[in-house]
Design a protein around this ligand. Structure first.
Ligand SMILES: [Zn+2]
Length: 287
């Protein structure tokens, strides 16, 4: 049973990397997105690989171990699937920040702005060359807006406030929570698909169908856990834009988007799977 669990785990880790690097490639070719250095950082990859392999093996072992108790098994499956959508928060981000010595800094100016805005969240500066802002945290007391240091230093006050309102919009409209639930749902669907693949392929393990089925599973993974959530997030970007416009007015907000585009070398204009193009965003707020 241990051997089976280790093999299943290794397969899933391989699927994970297949999808991950395909996504990097798609982003590079289609959206000309820069490749994030840490994704090819050897230390990062080794730690990540080890962590995923051990975690997956552990869960597969529990799930195999509980094959006689369906309720217990269901609980393990739910626990396992809830791990997938939290991957970014549990492993990827902390590991990236840890390896790059990033820390979050408190800032009085920003704190008083948050107080005036009357929205229940925290705000921190990411101590790194980041020209972006993020909304993070699902639970009420963990909701935080993160502002890149470079953005904080280079942006005029009005622009910075506009961008912060956009991130607050994500928090206020519970976008992160909704995305989490969507991911959780598709993760569960995906685990069910993996489970049936395993049963279906039991007699074909050493044939050409085995790698083929892994490839198909990889495509399904990309569709369910990347493409569809990406499209939903794209819709959320429009909503957050509208929210910010209500707060700062359309002209100020347009100005902020254009500044963001300039400072990020046209990244906003290009958009991506999770972000609509600048043109579409401007059209959306004018509508
Ligand atoms: Zn956004």
């Amino acid at each position: 049973m241990l051997k089976e669990s280790l093999i299943s785990s290794l397969q899933l880790v391989l699927i994970f990397y297949l999808v991950k690097y395909t996504i990097v490639l798609i982003n590079r070719l289609l959206y000309k997105m820069p490749i994030k250095k840490y994704q090819f950082n050897l230390k990062f990859t080794i730690i990540e690989f080890g962590f995923l392999f051990v975690t997956f093996s552990f869960f597969f072992y529990l799930i195999n171990y509980s094959h006689e108790n369906n309720y217990l098994r269901l609980i393990f499956i739910v626990l396992f699937t809830s791990f997938i959508p939290s991957y970014q928060f549990i492993i990827e981000r902390p590991l990236t920040y840890f390896l790059q010595n990033k820390v979050y800094i408190k800032n009085e100016e920003l704190d008083s702005f948050i107080k005036r805005s009357n929205i229940n969240c925290k705000i921190r500066i990411i101590n790194a060359e980041v020209t972006n802002a993020y909304a993070s945290g699902i639970l009420p007391f963990t909701k935080t807006v993160l502002v890149g240091k470079k953005m904080f230093e280079k942006f005029e006050n009005e622009d910075l406030e506009s961008i912060i309102y956009h991130e607050m919009g994500h928090l206020k409209l519970n976008h992160i929570w909704k995305l989490y639930l969507i991911n959780l749902f598709f993760s569960m669907t995906f685990i069910v698909i993996i489970y049936y693949r395993q049963r279906l392929m039991a007699n074909f393990e050493n044939t050409v169908f085995a790698p083929l089925s892994i490839f198909i599973i990889g495509c399904i993974f990309g569709l369910l856990l990347y493409y569809i959530p990406g499209k939903v997030q794209s819709k959320f970007e429009f909503e957050a834009d509208k929210y910010a416009v209500e707060k700062v007015g359309i002209e100020n907000y347009k100005h902020a988007l254009l500044s963001l585009d300039k400072i990020s070398n046209g990244r906003v204009a290009k958009g991506g799977i999770t972000h609509p193009t600048l043109e579409k965003r401007l059209k959306n707020i004018s509508a």
